[in-house]
Design a protein around this ligand. Structure first.
Ligand code: HEM
Length: 236
C-alpha cells in the first residue's frame, strides 16, 4: 500500500507498506541476491531451484518472511489485508525528544486469507476485482496502530519483529471511498519514496530504508519516460 499525505503547509509524507509483518532482507544485498536467484532461465522459463536453495542458505535473514509466506495464503481482498510499515521510524517532539515507532494498518473488515482451494481457483488480478466490488458496497477502512519501541528493540533490521506486549496507540483511520486504476487516479505519477517525510517523523539508519530512496528514483523516472512516453507523444 502506498499513501501520500498532503499537508496544509505543502509538505508531503509517504507511507509504504506490505502485507507481511517482516521484510526478507536485512541489507540491500539480500534483496538483490533474491531477485537474481528468482530470475527465470530463458530456455526453460523457470527459476533454477538450486539457485534459490543457495540463496536461502546464504541469507538466513530471508527465513522469517519465507516461513510467513509458506504458512499464510494471500488475503481474500485488499479490504481483508493488514499492512505493515516494516521499518522503525522516529517521532520527534517539539523539544527534540525522539521515540522509536513502527506502524501497521488493521482492516475493519477483519483479516481473511484464502483457503488452498480458493487460491487454486483464484484468477489473475483477483485482488483488484475483489476490491473494486467491495468499494461499491461502501467505504473500506483500516485503523492505523502505532507501536512504541522500548530500549533494545531492533531499530535497523526490518526482518526482526519487536516482542509482543509493546504499548500501542490508535493513531487514525484510513477510509477509502472510491476505486480507480493507477493511471486514471494519478497515483501512477507519484514516486512513493519512503524517505519523503513531514516534520516530526524521521528515518532510522536501517540500511534497507536508506537504500530504497535512490532505487525508487530510478524506477520512477524510468516509469515516467519509458512507459508513459507513447501516451505523451500521442498528445503532442
Ligand atoms: C532494498 C529494499 C527495497 C527495494 C530495492 C525496493 C524497490 C522498489 C521499487 C524500485 C519500487 C517501484 C517504485 C516506483 O516505480 O515508483 C518499489 C515499490 C514499492 N515498494 Fe519497495 N523496495 C524495497 C523495500 C520495500 C519495503 C521494505 C517495503 C515496505 C515497507 C516496500 C514497499 C513498496 C511498495 C508499497 C511499493 C509500491 C509503491 C507504489 O504503489 O507505487 N518496499 N519498491
Amino acid at each position: 500500500m502506498g499513501l501520500e499525505f498532503r499537508l496544509k503547509n505543502g509538505a508531503l509524507h509517504h507511507i509504504t507498506m506490505i502485507h507481511t509483518p517482516m521484510f526478507f532482507a536485512r541489507t540491500p544485498s539480500t534483496f538483490l541476491d533474491k531477485f537474481l536467484a528468482l530470475t527465470k532461465d530463458a530456455a526453460t522459463g523457470k527459476a533454477d531451484p538450486s539457485k534459490l536453495a543457495a540463496f536461502m542458505k546464504q541469507h538466513p535473514d530471508n527465513a522469517a518472511q519465507f516461513h510467513f509466506l509458506e504458512t499464510n495464503n494471500p488475503p481474500a481482498s485488499y479490504a481483508n489485508c493488514p499492512f505493515y510499515g516494516i521499518h522503525t521510524f522516529r517521532f520527534v517532539d517539539h523539544a527534540g525528544k525522539t521515540t522509536n515507532v513502527r506502524w501497521r494498518f488493521v482492516p475493519e473488515d477483519g483479516e481473511k486469507w484464502l483457503t488452498d482451494a480458493q487460491l487454486a481457483q483464484a484468477p489473475r488480478e483477483f485482488l483488484e476485482a475483489a476490491f473494486r466490488d467491495r468499494v461499491k458496497q461502501g467505504p473500506v477502512r483500516w485503523e492505523m496502530i502505532v507501536t512504541i519501541g522500548e530500549p533494545g528493540d531492533s531499530e535497523n533490521d526490518p526482518t526482526v519483529l519487536w516482542p509482543a506486549g509493546r504499548r500501542e496507540i490508535k493513531a487514525g483511520t484510513l477510509t477509502l471511498t472510491s476505486f480507480a486504476p493507477d493511471q486514471a487516479s494519478g497515483a501512477y505519477k507519484i514516486n512513493f519514496d519512503p524517505m519523503q517525510m513531514a516534520d516530526g517523523i524521521e528515518p532510522t539508519d536501517d540500511p534497507v530504508l536508506r537504500f530504497r530512496s535512490p532505487s525508487y528514483a530510478i524506477s520512477h523516472s524510468r516509469r515516467q519516460t519509458e512507459v508513459s512516453e507513447p501516451e505523451a507523444s500521442g498528445q503532442r
